[in-house]
Write a protein that binds this ligand. Sequence first.
Ligand code: FAD
Length: 275
Amino acid sequence: MYDIAVVGAGPAGYSAAIQARKRGKSVIIIGQNTGWLSRAERIDNYPGMPGVSGPEMLRVMQEQASAMGAEEREGLVHQIIPMGGSFSLSLGANFVEARRVILCTGARQPRLLPGEAEFLGRGVSYCATCDGRFYKGKHIAIIAKGEEAIYDTNYLAGLCARIDFYGVPDPEIDPHIIVHSEKVTAITGEDRAQALIADGEERRYDGVFIFREAMALSALLSGIETEGTFIRVDRRMATSVPGVFAAGDCTGLPLQVAKAVGEGCVAALSAAQEL
Ligand SMILES: Cc1cc2nc3c(=O)[nH]c(=O)nc-3n(C[C@H](O)[C@H](O)[C@H](O)COP(=O)(O)OP(=O)(O)OC[C@H]3O[C@@H](n4cnc5c(N)ncnc54)[C@H](O)[C@@H]3O)c2cc1C
């Protein structure tokens, strides 16, 4: 059990982790190298590091957090479940437990497909490792974005009888998988997901797997309040869910490194104060 789990390995996340370690708290950062800073060619408006590239700034932050004793794990957190005083974070088939959570997930918010939230856990899954075995010998659809999806898709190819893949074709995809270029517009069903709509046509499946590079907030943490696409926070960076804080681009404008780092600091101090 960690004191604090930081979700997101960008400037807000590293800043939170560094502050939490300064307060002597055990910290795990969970994230992927897909944040906005990794795409910034040159940063001129962050004090102390003029002209640095985004990837270089991230590298220095990561090294500092690691040198101060923050643990880091690569991956996408699919869901955060409050356990009464602590939280369980699902990460593929694994779970991480922490007393407090700081969300530093950036500004990118995927839009859910109609039917996706309704059938989540009932025919719609985000995790091949967790749920793949339920579809052994079945016919499934995969809706995918991002390179990581190929690994999960090929894993499912070893279990399922037939797979229809909706996403960008990739030479690494198992040749038995049927690749479709049509866009999926909805998932339909009665008690559970039974079909999807692509090209205006209903196509029936036993289950639908969705692989994206980010999670929608409503799927990540049930009941968290938002303002538009941003997480609602108070001046302590506390969210509407007790024990959960948020920092950086995910809380709103301006979308800048300096603001992300400042909010990460405040969130970590607030979380540490509660422990
Ligand atoms: C091209 C470009 C140029 C820019 N130039 C500047 C500039 O010059 N100056 C400036 O101040 N700002 C600049 N920015 C903005 C700056 O990069 C962002 O404001 C900053 O990165 C925000 O930090 P963050 O930690 O909030 O989010 P991000 O850096 O976006 O990091 C979010 C992290 O969360 C992870 N994540 C998301 N969901 C999950 C999940 N469910 N589980 C696990 N991990 C998750 C992501 O993988 C990522 O690691 C630029 C951005 C871009 C794209």
